[in-house]
Design a protein around this ligand. Structure first.
Ligand SMILES: [Ca+2]
Length: 324
């Protein structure tokens, strides 16, 4: 059983990954923490509340950071996730905002993370699929939590294994550029970190046929995933000519549930924090012989460099159909 805090900036693929976690019997969601990223903190928090209420009704939601540690908040990427952050379905907009706000946990997200980790030492996994600001703030306020967290699984980064180094700039993946300082802090802390980046998420594609099958065979969750992904799929079609969508955030959940589906490479990871390549992730693989002082004193991370994509997609579909 995995006890999970889901740190997220919903976001279409965030929503699809929340459904995945809510329906998988080996995941116990302890909380959902919001962060700016795909949209403003107001919209991502509203979406997190909506998603939790609909798919994980007893799970608390805590509002997180509105901006990165040292930068301006990025503009919402409405052309990818829709004006409402959920593919222009406007489902969350129709919810009762007053009731939703009163359901928010009183604590800030980073405080919620600290309290939950301290209450369950060694048991909590952080699945982080947005900019890593909340995790960095938690470390800053209570550095000892690094020793108390079971595992951190991050969706983010790109390590160039297929020649891909980014998606929002030629050098950076979106969550890394969202807060490069926070990412460099999180990858440098003494907790076990696995990084699920574009090297595997862009090799895992939900085709239109796959999504249509979910719609027809996976009940309410399948219909929701279909509806919420229409605008997102149109973006993938127009920008990459893809007949489907890349599987970003749900890949972090799949790694947690089935790490055997992923090939990983060990070694410390740095994130460039300034300049034209800000947000660029660079690992020093353990096998790399030359000294590299900026990496060598940092803990090793597991970076995903290969995936059994068909098996990942089958796991997601089985989970939504209630067959796990
Ligand atoms: Ca996300």
């Amino acid at each position: 059983m995995h006890k999970v805090i889901y740190d997220t900036d919903p976001g279409v693929d965030d929503a699809m990954a929340l459904v995945f976690q809510a329906l998988h019997p080996q995941i116990e969601l302890l909380g959902v923490t919001s962060v700016f990223g795909n949209s403003t903190i107001e919209i991502t928090t509203r979406n997190a509340l909506y998603l939790a209420r609909r798919f994980a009704p007893t799970v608390p939601v805590a509002r997180g950071a509105a901006a990165p540690l040292r930068r301006m908040a990025p503009e919402p990427v409405n052309w990818i996730h829709g004006d409402d952050g959920l593919g222009n379905t406007n489902t969350a907009l129709q919810s009762d905002d007053a009731a939703a706000a009163s359901a928010l946990d009183a604590r800030a997200a980073h405080r919620f993370i600290i309290d939950t980790v301290r209450a369950l030492p060694g048991e909590v996994t952080l699945v982080a699929v947005g900019p890593l600001t909340n995790l960095a703030l938690a470390l800053r306020e209570d550095p000892e939590i690094a020793q108390l967290v079971k595992q951190v699984v991050v969706m983010g980064g790109a390590f160039g294994t297929d020649g891909v180094n980014g998606n929002v700039s030629p050098a950076a993946e979106a969550n890394m550029l969202g807060d490069p300082d926070a990412a460099d802090i999180v990858f440098g802390a003494a907790w076990p970190v696995a990084i699920v980046g574009l090297d595997v998420t862009e090799r895992t594609i939900m085709t239109t046929d796959y999504l249509a099958k979910l719609r027809d065979e996976a009940g309410e969750a399948g219909r929701f995933v279909w509806d919420v992904s229409r605008h997102y799929e149109a973006f993938h079609q127009s920008s990459a000519g893809l007949g489907g969508i890349y599987v970003h955030d749900s890949s972090a959940v799949a790694y947690l549930l089935a790490p055997q589906l992923y090939t990983t490479r060990s070694g410390p990871v740095r994130v460039l924090t300034d300049g034209i390549a800000a947000g660029h992730t660079i690992q020093k693989p353990t096998a790399f012989a030359a000294p590299a002082p900026d990496w060598d004193d940092r803990p090793s991370c597991e970076v995903c460099i290969g995936v059994e994509a068909e098996q990942m997609l089958a796991l997601y579909a089985r989970t939504l159909r209630g067959e796990v």
